[in-house]
Design a binder for this molecule. Structure first.
Ligand code: T3D
Length: 258
């Protein structure tokens, strides 16, 4: 059984973390497979959105703790460098929107991989746990970068130190995630977001992602230059021409992603 499933449909890459009996905890095989799939997504012609979810009742419980103590396992010193850091770097550098559809508990690296995605939605029964301090570790997989930027330093600090279980509704209220859907509607509503993104001007979405990423390290002057540079690129796309033409012709635009 593949530990990560991958299906390409209508311009969307559906990626499913697939170790359901372990709440999709990451072992080395799963982490490397996810990296390969994300690499494939970077180069697939016609791909316009990536959707990541978990099989079964969890999204991901983070690092497989059995692997950490396995004498034949990869060893602590390799796990971040070879497993999680490359996953987060790939999600952030993909020039397509990445949706995390958090179907159940997202803990440890599982939570922080979700938070690295461009749009995070969750089912009502899902939860987020910065579980690291419960076992004497610090949050990784970009969590100490993303979480304080999403919800503010104070809340991030408390959530990371206390390792509280944060319900999907609380996560939405504090701005950690975009939206919560009822469990009954979760799959269709979260896929609808991916479908919407896949029909939008893909390059404009890529430039929005780039501008937001750059804003984290820029002062206002530099960010205005970044916006100028990226807006010139957006204005050179076919989709911009189509957007303006469709508006003037009072019809819906048909974007091709070019
Ligand atoms: O170098 C490094 O290693 C650093 C890298 C760190 C990255 C990290 O992610 S560190 C954080 C690792 N994750 C955790 O500490 C979370 C551990 N899991 C839990 O605390 C709980 O499972 C949850 C709160 C996430 C969910 O609880 P619950 O009650 O819904 O489920 P459960 O019964 O605990 O788990 C169901 C099964 O999944 C169970 O297996 P079993 O007993 O039915 O055979 C459980 O052992 C397994 N499982 C859950 N999480 C993990 C796991 N197995 C291995 N590793 C896990 N992380």
């Amino acid at each position: 059984m593949n530990s990560v499933l991958f299906e390409l449909k209508d311009g969307i890459a559906f990626i499913t973390l697939n170790r359901p009996d372990k709440l999709n905890a990451f072992n080395r095989e799963m982490a490397l497979l996810l990296q390969n799939i994300l690499d494939e997504c970077a180069d697939l012609p016609g791909l316009r959105c990536i959707y990541i979810t978990g099989a079964g009742k969890g999204f991901s419980a983070g690092q497989d703790l059995a692997e950490v103590v396995d004498p034949n396992g990869p060893g602590m010193e390799r796990i971040l460098q070879e497993h999680y850091n490359p996953i987060v770097a790939r999600i952030r550098s993909l020039n397509k929107p990445v949706v995390a559809a958090v179907n159940g508990v997202a803990a440890g690296a599982g939570a922080n991989i979700a938070l690295a995605c461009d749009i995070v939605v969750a089912g009502e029964s899902a939860s987020f746990i910065q579980a690291f301090s419960r076992i004497g570790l610090i949050p990784d997989s970009g969590g100490t970068w993303h979480l304080p930027r999403l919800i503010g330093w104070q809340k991030a600090s408390a959530i990371m130190m206390l390792a509280d279980k944060i319900s999907a509704n609380e996560a939405e209220r504090m701005g950690m995630i975009y939206k919560v859907f009822s469990d009954a509607d979760f799959e269709s509503s979260s896929k609808k977001i991916a479908e919407t993104l896949a029909a939008m001007p893909t390059m404009a979405l890529a430039y929005i992602k780039e501008a937001l990423t750059n804003s984290a390290g820029n002062d206002l002057e530099s960010q205005l230059s970044t916006e100028d540079e990226l807006q010139q690129k957006a204005a050179a796309t076919e989709d911009f021409k189509e957007g303006v033409k469709a508006f003037l012709e009072k019809r819906s635009p048909v974007f091709t992603g070019n």
